[in-house]
Design a protein around this ligand. Structure first.
Ligand code: ADP
Ligand code: MG
Length: 345
């Protein structure tokens, strides 16, 4: 995923610069430890510069509220849960937690943002998560598994959040980028910008078009340099990929990717990458993570999450797609037949 969308978008923009009236602009800044690239069409330079200020504010607010291991609204909620106490929460915070709960339920808890303690055991909730460190002991994983926290343990009533299980620790890393992209698009629209891409480290949502052409994005090959596919996006679509190739740590020669199957306590290992297309970026992000964990069972989980555009690359390199994705995606240099799967097949 990552990087290549930027390259392809760059290609599109270079093309546009050859037009008699070049009207595409790009801007970038850093947030969430990654590069955020904004592509805008048909705006002047001043408007382009102003959007950066607006979006930096949007991302900074989200970071302050939802950071999983630095002081934040979320860390205060987690402290209350660990102490067995209820805590008063604002309406917008309640809404996001309710959204996480419904996505978790639809994914049969393969997307399990209540498993923050497990992500912590694996060392993923710290700034230097990518440095080599031992995996957790089997005993610690078994103790965590016995406590079995899920979003079903969370109750919100009259602005008060209570957890029925003190082992719940919320961590929204698996859909925070999607949520941030949705907020960013809403902010752009409020400022009258209707043709744009917000790209967060390769995952993105695109609205409108690039003039008469659609926005076209690339999907990075999970094992080789370069792209595996491209997609021309319709009016408002998000493309999110979860993979084993970007965020992982290595200990004694073994690679431990950061998406965990919370049923076993260990990293999910049935896929190299899962790409999801959906207009809502929060849902696309949560679903990419859930389907990565689902592995072979992805058609069933996709159906229960209402996702119809999926490409999953298995660990042996076999590409599987949903019927609708086949019609939309253009594979590059693919020599192997794609397996088309849906819940019925
Ligand atoms: P990326 O940011 O690379 O796109 P994801 O969206 O899949 O990856 O998010 C992975 C992060 O989410 C991990 O670092 C961890 O904090 C958390 N996480 C890992 N496994 C799960 C899971 N099964 N459900 C919910 N969150 C998860
Ligand atoms: Mg995700």
């Amino acid at each position: 995923m990552k990087i290549m969308p930027l390259l392809l978008i760059c290609c599109v923009l270079i093309l546009s610069a050859c037009d008699s009236e070049p009207r595409a602009r790009q801007a970038k800044f850093y947030a969430f430890g990654t590069e955020i690239d904004i592509s805008l069409y048909d705006v002047d330079q001043e408007t382009a510069n102003n959007t950066i200020g607006i979006l930096e504010q949007t991302f900074s607010n989200i970071n302050n509220t939802w950071h999983a291991w630095q002081p934040s609204t979320l860390s205060r909620i987690n402290e209350a849960i660990a102490a067995g106490q209820s805590i008063a929460i604002e309406e917008d915070v309640a809404q996001l937690i309710a959204l996480a709960s419904s996505l978790a339920k639809e994914s049969q808890h393969l997307f399990n943002p209540a498993a923050g303690k497990l992500f912590e055991l694996w060392g993923f909730h710290q700034d230097n998560w990518f440095e080599s460190h031992p995996p957790p002991s089997e005993e610690d994983i078994n103790i965590w598994l016995a406590s079995s926290p899920t979003m079903d343990d969370i109750q919100i009533e009259n602005g008060e959040l209570t957890s029925l299980n003190s082992a719940v620790k919320l961590g929204f890393g698996a859909f925070a980028k999607g949520y941030a992209v949705d907020q960013a698009i809403a902010a752009l629209r409020q400022h009258g910008i209707n043709d744009a891409i917000v790209n967060i480290g390769g995952d993105l949502r695109a609205i409108g078009s690039h003039g008469k052409r659609p926005w076209v994005i690339g999907i990075r090959h999970p094992r080789k340099d370069g792209m595996i596919a491209s997609i021309a996006l319709h009016n408002d679509e998000s493309v999110f990929t979860s993979g084993d190739y970007e965020r992982f740590f290595i200990y004694e020669g073994k690679r431990y990717p950061h998406i965990i199957d919370t049923r076993t306590g260990y990293p999910a290992d049935q896929a190299m990458s899962v790409t999801v297309l959906h207009n809502n970026a929060s849902l696309a992000d949560a679903a990419a993570t859930a389907l990565f964990v689902a592995g072979d069972n992805w058609p069933k989980i996709a159906a229960s999450m209402g996702i119809t555009y999926i490409m999953l690359i298995k660990t042996d390199g076999q590409i599987e797609m949903s019927p609708k994705m086949v019609d939309r995606i253009r594979l590059i240099n693919n020599h192997k037949p794609v397996i088309i799967r849906s819940e019925e097949s």
